[in-house]
Design a binder for this molecule. Structure first.
Ligand code: SF4
Length: 378
């Protein structure tokens, strides 16, 4: 059966060399045998779930983690071969892999490239080694440069660099240096987030003990707008609250997520959205290795109301905003009928704007985006 339905696939590869001090993701160190066994289980799940993707064309694939580049490169290649064999993969599918400096070399990158990975997302965070050490990253700026240059040499022409603001010991000046150095490399995409101090992380304890002082919100917002100014000046399009791309290089996978394209998550903890159904695999790594199927939990059916709310929360993250036409096509109701009053109130407060069929956040709205989005709960 052939339809136009699009699907995105996410593979969760939960391994890292060492935990960063701020990280609460489902990831951690593991020995080689465990990593191999996990990848084998992931391949089994991939094959067995193929029937769920019937009628879909896969428009993007994302290998995330953790640090997928810690896994054996040959197994990554095998995984993608299985995906091609059992799923309908669009010819121009975007296939992204997250890599960290210090875990890749020319040989691995060559295998990824040959395997069809056509986009790399490299976790840099900062070009200041003292700032990298303060958050427990395993690599230096020099190691990032080696990985970046090797990726270019191998032929990767679509690279994202992850940056982070509000780090311990960082200043607006040092952050500006990081921006300048990264811009000089001319990556196709830059993600710039602020450090969040999550509970149950060593960084949380350091903040609680007073050994690390968190950034004040005003200063953090200054970094945000500094990023916006520098990157836009350099020709990047600010297309999502924390994401910038050269024109036409927006991350297709994440765009799909923000516009609620169906996605299938494979691996521990991976979430899926298939039509109205949302579900997740559980997080037990050992159980997954023994039996990767039957691990689904938190299955829920989203009501129309919940789907509308999600459309607004996610769509407003995009700077272009939510399309009135798409909303009506999706739900058979006009956006103004469902949210007319909320939109007007936010417009009166200078937080939202409406132009050419899109409703979007103003600069003031971006600064308090969580507050604006909460107003869209029906
Ligand atoms: S590399 Fe990423 S996933 Fe791994 S510990 Fe650091 S922040 Fe977490």
């Amino acid at each position: 059966m052939r339809t136009d339905k699009e699907l995105e696939i996410y593979f969760h590869i939960p391994f890292c060399i060492r935990k960063c001090l701020y990280c609460d993701f489902l990831s951690g160190p593991a020995d080689e045998d465990t990593r191999r066994a996990y990848l084998e289980a992931l391949m089994r799940e991939t094959v067995e779930r193929a029937s769920e993707a019937e009628g879909y064309t896969v428009r993007s694939v994302f290998l995330g983690g953790g640090t997928p580049s810690v896994a054996d490169a040959g197994q990554i290649q095998e995984l993608l071969e299985l995906l091609r064999k059992h799923y309908r993969l669009a010819e121009d599918a975007e296939i992204t892999m997250e890599v960290n400096p210090g875990t890749v070399d020319m040989e691995k990158l060559t295998i990824y490239h040959r395997a069809g990975i056509n986009r790399l997302s490299i976790g840099l965070q900062s070009t200041e080694d003292s700032e990298l050490a303060a958050i427990g990253r395993i690599h230096t700026y020099e190691e990032f440069l080696e990985a970046y240059r090797a990726a270019r040499t191998v032929g990767f022409d679509n690279i994202n660099v992850d940056l982070m603001g509000a780090l311990p010991g960082q200043t607006a000046e040092s952050y500006g240096r990081t921006l300048d150095r990264v811009l000089a490399l001319n990556p196709e995409h830059i993600s710039a987030y602020s450090l969040i101090v999550e509970e149950n992380t060593p960084l949380w304890d350091m903040v609680s003990e007073g050994t690390v002082k968190p950034w004040e919100e005003d200063r953090e917002r200054e970094l945000y707008w500094l990023t916006h100014e520098r990157l836009c000046e350099a020709g990047y399009v600010h297309y999502e609250i924390s994401n910038y791309a050269k024109p036409g290089r927006e991350c297709r996978h994440n765009m799909g997520y923000w516009t609620r394209v169906d996605y299938l998550g494979l691996g521990i903890g991976a979430a899926s959205l298939m039509g109205q159904k949302r579900f997740q695999n559980d997080t037990d790594r050992e159980a997954y290795i023994r039996e990767p199927m039957n691990r689904r939990c938190h299955m829920e059916y989203l009501s129309t109301r919940e789907q509308m709310e999600e459309t607004m929360f996610l769509g407003l993250r995009l700077l272009r905003g939510v399309s009135e036409k798409d909303f009506e096509e999706c739900f058979g109701e006009k956006l103004s009928h469902v949210y007319g009053k909320v939109i007007e109130r936010n417009m009166d407060d200078g937080l939202l704007q409406k132009e050419q069929g899109y409703v979007f956040l103003t600069q003031k709205g971006i600064d308090i985006s969580n507050y604006v989005m909460a107003r869209f709960l029906l």
